[in-house]
Design a binder for this molecule. Structure first.
Ligand SMILES: NC(=O)c1ccc[n+]([C@@H]2O[C@H](COP(=O)([O-])OP(=O)(O)OC[C@H]3O[C@@H](n4cnc5c(N)ncnc54)[C@H](OP(=O)(O)O)[C@@H]3O)[C@@H](O)[C@H]2O)c1
Length: 325
């Protein structure tokens, strides 16, 4: 299988290359692309990408808009970390532990969800399955590397807007007062959890942390439940590390693939309101690891080196995830 990574010099692209190696994906040829050619990377062009069966995108929305369509036209597979195609009704938004069955044989385009939404959904899916979800409020504490390599370099140099500050603006504000990030978290969480009407309100905040997003999540369940019952399902949930006591911080989680849940507690007497603290490495489970897990699902379903026929028919299942974290 020939694999290309567009945006290989960036925060997510570099992590995709690392995760492909860590998870021993059978790559015959790996092509690394950026906006311009320099040591170790080629300039991205439709012609240069023509030799690759599977192309990961971790560049800009503009790069995905320009270079994804020709790959799909020739039958290639695209796994795209930009937000360009996430909300299209004809493409799945796959978090393998949650909705692997959304992948159909005809799908060749796989957007990877917003990092904050993926981390939130990994923690909320077990709650949805156990007791239903009536509403969610979330306040986020998002790491600087979520804004890309340049922001992280500024931060490490002690410069830029994120140093010694907390900035409640991730993306541009719309007329309704919500930021672009807040709307992505709402819309993509609804799509991933298959709860299109779920009331969900987010406040997204950039904090002076290098990597790993934290989220304070307040949720109401459909059915009555207890902290103990929710603790049980969370402790058994795929890709979740549940902490019965103590705290978990971004520094504990940076570089790992699981979503950590701590401080689960009741937020009222009616057995429907709860709170929890959720932390995940947004470059890994929120982006690169989730992207590579999607390729693992496709490989398990028989995507072959030079043709994209699915050897097996039917839907992918959670069992198809190889070495899920
Ligand atoms: N950072 C995160 O935590 C995170 C999480 C989830 C999703 N995402 C999404 O993933 C994508 C990459 O984010 P990032 O944080 O890794 O950004 P980044 O660190 O700024 O890296 C961007 C990469 O894309 C390349 N690039 C930019 N414009 C391009 C173009 N027109 N053609 C080809 N390559 C181009 C850059 O190449 P040069 O080096 O040549 O400029 C660089 O390699 C974005 O869509 C972002 O929204 C990011």
């Amino acid at each position: 299988m020939n694999v290309a990574v567009v945006g290989a010099t960036g925060a997510v692209g570099e992590t995709i290359v690392q995760v492909l190696r860590e998870r021993k994906i059978p790559v015959e040829r790996l092509g690394l692309f950026a906006s311009s050619a320099r040591s170790g990377v080629l300039e991205t062009s439709t012609e240069a990408l023509a030799d690759y069966d599977t192309v990961f995108f971790a560049g800009s929305d503009e790069a995905s808009s320009e270079f994804v369509p020709p790959i799909l036209e020739r039958g290639g597979v695209v796994i795209d970390n930009s937000s360009t195609y996430r909300m299209r009704s004809d493409v799945p938004l796959v978090v393998p532990e949650i909705n692997a069955s959304a992948i159909l044989p005809e799908h060749h385009l796989f957007p990877v969800g917003n990092c904050t939404a993926i981390i939130l959904c990994v923690a909320l899916a077990p709650v949805r399955d156990a007791a239903g979800l009536r509403s969610v409020n979330v306040a986020t504490y998002q790491a600087v590397s979520g804004a890309g390599r340049a922001a992280l370099e500024e931060f490490d140099a002690g410069e830029g807007a994120f140093v010694r500050n907390v900035v409640p603006k991730v993306g541009d504000f719309g007329d309704d007062g919500y930021s672009g990030e807040e709307l992505k978290v709402r819309d993509e969480t609804r799509k991933i959890l298959d709860l299109p009407e779920l009331p969900l309100y987010a406040t997204t905040v950039r904090v002076p942390v290098r990597t790993a997003h934290s989220e304070a999540v307040f949720f109401e369940t459909e059915r009555e439940t207890t902290v103990e019952q929710l603790a049980l399902v969370l402790s058994r949930a795929p890709a979740v590390v549940f902490h019965r006591s103590g705290v978990v911080t971004p520094r504990d989680v940076e570089g790992t693939d699981d979503v950590h849940v701590a401080r689960l507690r009741s937020a009222g007497d009616d057995k429907r309101h709860f709170q929890m603290w959720v932390v995940g490495d947004q470059l890994r489970k929120g982006a690169a690891t989730n992207a590579v897990q999607i390729l693992e699902l496709l490989i398990a379903r028989g995507v072959r080196a030079s043709s994209f026929d699915y050897a097996r028919q039917g839907r992918a299942t959670q069992d198809d995830i190889a070495g899920s974290g």
